[in-house]
Design a protein around this ligand. Sequence first.
Ligand code: NAP
Length: 496
Amino acid sequence: MSGTNGARNVQQQTTEVAIIGAGFAGLGMAIRLRQEGEENFVVFEAADRVGGTWRDNTYPGCGCDVPSHLYSYSFEPRPQWSRAYSPQQEILEYIEYCVAKNNLTPKIRFSTPIEKAEYDEVKQRWCLTSKAGEVFFARYLVAGTGPLAKPSYPNVPGRETFKGAQFHSARWDHDYDLKGKKVAVIGTGASAIQFVPAILPEVAELTLFQRTPPWIMPRPDRAYTEGEKERFARHPRLQRLYRNAIYWRMEATAMGLTVKPEWMKFVAKLGRKHINSQVEDPELRAKVTPDYLPGCKRILVSNNYYPALASPKANVVTDSIEAITEKGVRTANDEYEVDAILYGTGFAVTEFMADMKLVGRDGMELHDRWQKGIEAYYGMCVSGFPNFFILVGPNTGLGHNSIIFMIEAQVNWILRALKSTRRRGAGVLDVQEKVQRDFNGRIHQRLADSVWQSGCQSWYLDQNGHNFSLWPGFTVEYWARTQRFQPDHFRFEDRS
Ligand code: NAP
């Protein structure tokens, strides 16, 4: 199992499947491998704890906008969810529970960031090098690193000159006391609309820099009663029925997003009603009312965001930011002096797996391969990168349903792919270039009519307006299409 690299005297280890990332995706892969009797796998995790995005995002008010009973593995239902929409801590505890229940800790190499993965044609293996210089070989490589991992900061000059405190929502500084402080918040996405109302009672003043207002719907949140939790525990079928009802309710939205964007005008009506019921000031109403179709950017849910903005402590600034200065934030019309700047500015999604150099056949780097456009076969396989699978890869993100559903479909498809490869005595599978190209051609044809291409700017699109993020239809279609592994779409090589 192990050897030595004489030159660097580092340990080399070999495994059948290497999984990178111990978040929902990577752990889902690990649990399903184990359920299928595969023990020869290792999970590499850069941090010292599992949880992925639910470990990194600890900002006040952090929670999930997909209902708890659906935002969980189908094979690990949890009757005790405290609320309809779970807070971050409870989701993190759920992930840790899944790890403990499946005794996965011994399988996880914590504090082991993988810096490079290179495919070795001769060995038919991926060679992984960690930051500390350890070398690992794996026949199959699964990336569970997720697209929302690397914080993105606004592209304005002067950030380094600011003398006060500043941090990103995904790197919240809990040692910084916001009490009585004047703060600037940049961004009005899913994260900011959660932490703005949560910090407002603490701060003295909050200036919110809004570039584009999001569409926000009421959040039908409530605590589950002890009776409900007991019923879910006693009747697993009832819980499954409940989960399915949530799934199909959310799934219905895909019709408006992908097939009939004009239907989203009805959603806009609901959004305007929500604004009008929570905001009295006509000037603020006008500022927070979007001028694009709902769904073009992610539709958010909140009951306390608009009331927070309507507070006398809050000020919404819609002028664009020119610079960050020593004292605060400068727009064309004003300079706002603050004690702290909080960035709710999202993630560098186009820099997918940015911290890792991935080198496939013929020395081709994944980032170079994607220079002309980020694409994969069902979001999972990239031609020229054999035995490599991506979870939540290109065009498999969602604007309307639970990503855990997609992760499970992908994990199960990968298991089918591995079985089929082994059954034919092969050790290598590589998706055919033409199949991948045709698949993406069809995807982008469909995306052209979707609400995401209806004119707004969002992180779903790259700088050319190309949607590399989202699945163009119903998740049930993705599930159905990934029920079968199609060997004729791949090239195989005998196992050496
Ligand atoms: P985001 O949705 O990408 O929002 C970033 C915000 O920063 C946007 O309002 C953007 O404005 C703004 N911004 C960026 N640069 C700016 C600049 N120079 N000046 C002013 N504003 C600027 O990021 P996020 O809120 O962190 O959410 C990212 C994703 O994480 C979500 O879409 C969702 O998938 C996930 N998330 C999910 C949950 C959940 O409950 N499940 C919670 C949080 C996050 P523009 O709109 O004009 O670009």
